[in-house]
Design a protein around this ligand. Structure first.
Ligand code: CAA
Length: 380
C-alpha cells in the first residue's frame, strides 16, 4: 500500500503543525491546569477548516479525505489533545453522522454551521449504565406523533457545555431492543435540557466534559436522524469512523512525547555524556520509534480504507487498540527518559502521559475494540 502523501496532504499536515506550534503550545500547560476550554483556539481551527474537514464544501466543509483528517489529528495531538478531541468529535461523530445520514433540511440547518466551526457539536451516547454496553440505553424518547419527549441523563459528554448542537441517542421502543433506538438532534436551550456538572479529569483537562440532563425535552420529529429505529446503527457506524480519529490522536500523543524525549536525551548529560549515548536510553528510543511507526501504518491504513470505500470497522478498531497502547507505553517511557524533569509540568511529558489514558477508554475501550476485532475476524 502506497502511503506517499499528496501535495495537498503535505500542505494540510504542515498547516496543522504550524498552528499547533504557534497557537496551541502557548498556554497549553495553563489550560490543562485551570481546566480551561480552548475557546480561541477552537475558533481558529474553524477558520482553518479543521472542524469540518471531510464535509462537502457545499455544506461549508473542506472536502478533504480521511487521511488528511488523520494527519491533522496527529499534528494537533502532539501538542494539545484537549483541543484535538474537539476536532475529532466535531468531524467524526457529528459532521460525518449528519452528512452521511441526515436529511437535507438537517444538513442545511446544522451541518453548514458545524462544518465551518461557527458552532460545535456533541455526541451523546454514554450513560451511567450504558458505556461499553451501548444497547442498554435508559434515556427515553417517547413518540408523541410529530415530536419526541426526551428524558434521561448522559455522562462524560465531550464539548458538553461548549456545544450548541447535540446528537442524542435514546430508546423509543424498549420491546424492540437496539432496533427501537433513535438518534435525535437536540439544541442547547431547548426547554428541559440542562447541562450537568463539569468533570474534573485526569487528562485532556482543557476539554469540556459534562453530564447532560433531559427532563421532558420536546424534540421535533424532523430532528430524528434516519428512519425510526436507526439510532443504534447510526451510533455504531459513526463510531467506526470516530475510532480512526482517536487512533490518530493517540498516534499524535505518542509522537509528541517521543520527539520531546529524543531531544531531551540529546542534551541532558549523565555520567559524562549525553544520555542518548547510553544504550539504556537509546534502546528505549528505538522501541518507541518502531512502535510509533507501526501505529502510524495502522492509522493510515484505516483512513485509506475509509477513503477507498473499503470496510473500516476492523482496521479502525485495530488502529485504535494498538495506537492507544503505544500512546500509553511511549508517554510512560518519555517521562522516564526525562527523569525528575519528566515529573514536573514544564516539560509537557507528564501531561501527554495523562492525556494518553483516555484514548484507551473513549469511543470504545480497548476491550470493546477487541470485541469488534475478534467478531470481525471470526465471523466467516
Ligand atoms: N456498523 C453497522 N452496524 C453495526 C455495527 C457497525 N459498525 N456494529 C454493530 N452493528 C449492528 C449489528 O449488526 C446489530 O444489528 P442487527 O441486529 O440488525 O444485526 C446491532 O448493531 C447490535 O450489534 P451487536 O449485537 O453487536 O451489539 P452488542 O450489544 O453486542 O454491542 C458493541 C456491540 C460493539 C459492544 C457496541 O455496544 C459498542 O461499540 N460499544 C461501545 C460504545 C462506545 O464506543 N462508546 C463510546 C461513547 S462515545 C464517545 O466516547 C465520544 C466522545 O465523547 C469522545
Amino acid at each position: 500500500m502506497d502511503f506517499t502523501l499528496t501535495e495537498e496532504q503535505l500542505m494540510v499536515q504542515e498547516a496543522a503543525r504550524e498552528f499547533a506550534q504557534n497557537e496551541l503550545l502557548p498556554g497549553v500547560i495553563e489550560r490543562d491546569e485551570a481546566q480551561r476550554f480552548p475557546t480561541e483556539q477552537v475558533k481558529r481551527m474553524g477558520e482553518l477548516g479543521f472542524l469540518g474537514m471531510m464535509v462537502d464544501p457545499k455544506y461549508g466543509g473542506s472536502g478533504l479525505d480521511t487521511l488528511s483528517y488523520a494527519l491533522v489529528m496527529e499534528e494537533l495531538s502532539k501538542i494539545d489533545a484537549s483541543s484535538s478531541v474537539v476536532v475529532s468529535v466535531n468531524n467524526s461523530l457529528v459532521c460525518y453522522g449528519l452528512e452521511a445520514y441526515g436529511s437535507e433540511e438537517q444538513k442545511q440547518n446544522y451541518l453548514t454551521r458545524l462544518a465551518s466551526g461557527e458552532i460545535i457539536g456533541a455526541f451523546c451516547l454514554s450513560e451511567p449504565e450504558a458505556g461499553s454496553d451501548a444497547t442498554s440505553q435508559k434515556t427515553t424518547a417517547l413518540d408523541k406523533g410529530d415530536h419526541y419527549i426526551l428524558n434521561g441523563t448522559k455522562n462524560w459528554i465531550t464539548n458538553g457545555n461548549s456545544a450548541s448542537v447535540y446528537i442524542v441517542i435514546a430508546q423509543t421502543d424498549k420491546e424492540k431492543g437496539h432496533k427501537g433506538i433513535n438518534a435525535l438532534i437536540v439544541e442547547k436551550g431547548m426547554p428541559g435540557f440542562e447541562i450537568g456538572p463539569k468533570e474534573n479529569k485526569l487528562g485532556i483537562r482543557g476539554s469540556d466534559t459534562h453530564s447532560l440532563i433531559f427532563n421532558d425535552v420536546k424534540v421535533p420529529k424532523k430532528n430524528r436522524i434516519g428512519e425510526d429505529g436507526f439510532g443504534f446503527k447510526f451510533a455504531m457506524k459513526t463510531l467506526a469512523g470516530g475510532r480512526i480519529g482517536i487512533a490518530a490522536q493517540a498516534l499524535g500523543i505518542a509522537s509528541g512525547a517521543y520527539e520531546l524525549a529524543k531531544e531531551y536525551a540529546k542534551v541532558r548529560k549523565a555520567f559524562g555524556t549525553e544520555i542518548v549515548n547510553h544504550q539504556a536510553i537509546a534502546f528505549k528510543l528505538a522501541d518507541m520509534h518502531t512502535q510509533i511507526e507501526a501505529a502510524r501504518l495502522l492509522v493510515y491504513k484505516a483512513a485509506k480504507d475509509k477513503d477507498t470505500g473499503a470496510d473500516y470497522d476492523l482496521s479502525g478498531a485495530m488502529a485504535k487498540l494498538y495506537a492507544s497502547q503505544v500512546a500509553m507505553d511511549t508517554t510512560i517511557e518519555a517521562v522516564q527518559i526525562h527523569g525528575g524533569n519528566g515529573f514536573v509540568k514544564d516539560y509537557h511529558v507528564e501531561r501527554l502521559m495523562r492525556d494518553a489514558k483516555i484514548t484507551q477508554i473513549y469511543e470504545g475501550t480497548s476491550e470493546i475494540q477487541k470485541i469488534v476485532i475478534s467478531r470481525s475476524i471470526t465471523k466467516d
